[in-house]
Design a protein around this ligand. Structure first.
Ligand code: CAA
Length: 390
């Protein structure tokens, strides 16, 4: 089967508000350089109380739908929702989206989970589907709110956002190669029990596991006939915080000396631009890295090759690759993304604590209205209620 498949559209949505890491450092009474330089984050996107993973996803997905021709829209056979901040144990985020966005009802809709890896699981499933059924396309949404315990070491790596992609045959943005390398194991480096709103983490174990599993995934990718690291123009890593990409790059340099000898930090630095301003978005993070590269590269990057590493704690890793298509600018909204990032407003520490950690009763959301096209307006009879604003 010679059909080329991959990412045809790629859209981002982030909340209106952010907290600076300077403010957080001040309240933690530590040097801001630790967060800004040591962790590599300058801002953290903070969802307001009327936003959740469903509303973030709905905004990103609707942007993709708005950019499609009617023929493209009709070709959508599947809606996949990837998240680790799910709002229900039974009903999928995708089912909620069916009621909010302009998508045809004759499609299958479901949610998938494996920590931050789920976005990539969705992407590869979608590519396989598009390869066997090139007349179908798949709307994939990765949406997450990264929340750790207040005053814990993970707090500085929080963030929120969603990515939506249309996966199809003959894609405009990135053609995904068929070779993929995997490594999975059972460890407790990061997890969220059903009764907690925030994740628990063994920080040191998580960083080591990420790096070890990256090498093992790459070796498996090579074993399956994948490209040498030397062949990539760009490297794009899962970024729980941007400094983790620096660690990943250094680890590859130390482990694969020959393949990496001509590589410099310029091979990944541009993938960090957006993440530094948004924070961790779990399933969306790797693809925000990709968008950061496509939106911010000064030169035309058509034809260039990217090596991707996706990591989901618990843990699953996948190394895969792709080539940027000459039409890539048609599938992204560079101006809009940059405007969105610059037009957000800063909130102070007290508002951040209120937004991130306060649970509200029904009716209390009336006074807090984000700019979002889709709002969460409360829970009635144990049912989450959403609204699409005109
Ligand atoms: N100026 C400059 N740098 C400073 C500094 C200062 N004044 N003070 C400290 N630093 C540096 C440290 O030297 C360190 O740098 P290196 O990592 O290069 O050694 C860096 O700042 C961080 O310092 P610590 O290691 O002391 O930080 P910490 O232990 O308080 O927390 C963390 C770091 C473990 C990553 C924590 O933020 C955390 O648990 N985060 C959540 C888990 C996570 O993101 N894990 C990543 C892998 S798992 C994954 O990828 C899946 C996922 O999305 C969660």
């Amino acid at each position: 089967n010679t059909t080329v498949v991959g990412i045809h559209k790629l859209e981002l949505y982030i909340p209106d508000s952010y907290l600076t890491l300077n403010s957080l450092a001040e309240h933690h009474d530590i040097a801001p350089e630790k967060y800004i330089l040591g962790i590599g984050q300058s801002k953290m996107a903070v969802p307001s109380p009327d936003e959740d993973v469903i509303t973030l996803a709905a905004n990103a997905a609707q942007s993709v739908l708005d950019s499609l021709t009617s023929q493209e829209a009709q070709s959508i056979s599947t809606l996949i929702f990837a998240t680790e901040s799910s709002v229900d144990q039974s009903k999928s985020g995708a089912a909620y989206l069916m009621g909010l966005i302009d998508i045809q009802s004759n499609c299958r809709a479901f949610e998938i989970k494996q920590a931050c890896y789920a976005g990539t699981a969705g992407l590869q499933m979608a590519c396989d589907l598009a390869k066997t059924r090139p007349e179908e396309s798949i709307l994939l949404v990765a949406s997450d709110i990264a929340r750790y315990k207040q005053n814990s070491p993970g707090e500085c790596t929080q963030g929120a956002g969603a990515i939506a992609m249309l996966i199809s045959a003959n894609p405009d943005i990135v053609e995904i190669d068929p070779e993929r390398g995997f490594y999975s194991t059972d460890i407790m480096d990061f997890w969220r029990p059903n009764y907690f709103k925030h994740a628990l983490v063994d920080g040191e174990l998580s960083k080591d596991a990420y790096l070890n599993i990256m090498n093992k995934s790459y070796l498996n990718y090579i074993h399956k006939g994948g490209k040498s690291l030397a062949e990539f123009d760009w490297l794009c890593f899962h970024q729980p915080f941007t400094k983790m990409a620096n660690k990943a790059y250094r680890h590859l340099k130390e482990s694969f000396v020959d393949e990496m000898k001509d590589k410099t930090e310029a091979s990944y630095a541009i993938t960090q631009t957006y993440g530094r301003e948004i924070g961790n978005t779990y399933t969306a993070s790797l693809y925000i890295g990709l968008l950061s590269l496509l939106d911010n590269a000064e030169q035309d990057v058509s034809g260039q090759k990217i090596g991707f590493f996706s990591y989901g704690s618990g843990a699953v890793g996948e190394f895969f690759s792709g080539t940027i298509n000459q039409n890539y600018r048609l599938g992204i909204s560079t101006k809009h993304n940059k405007l969105r990032l610059s037009e957000r407003h800063e909130i102070n520490y007290d508002t951040y604590i209120d937004y991130m950690y306060q649970t509200r009763d029904v009716g209390q959301l009336e006074h807090i209205k984000s700019q979002s096209k889709f709002r969460f307006i409360g829970i009635t009879d144990h049912k989450r209620v959403y609204q699409r604003c005109p």
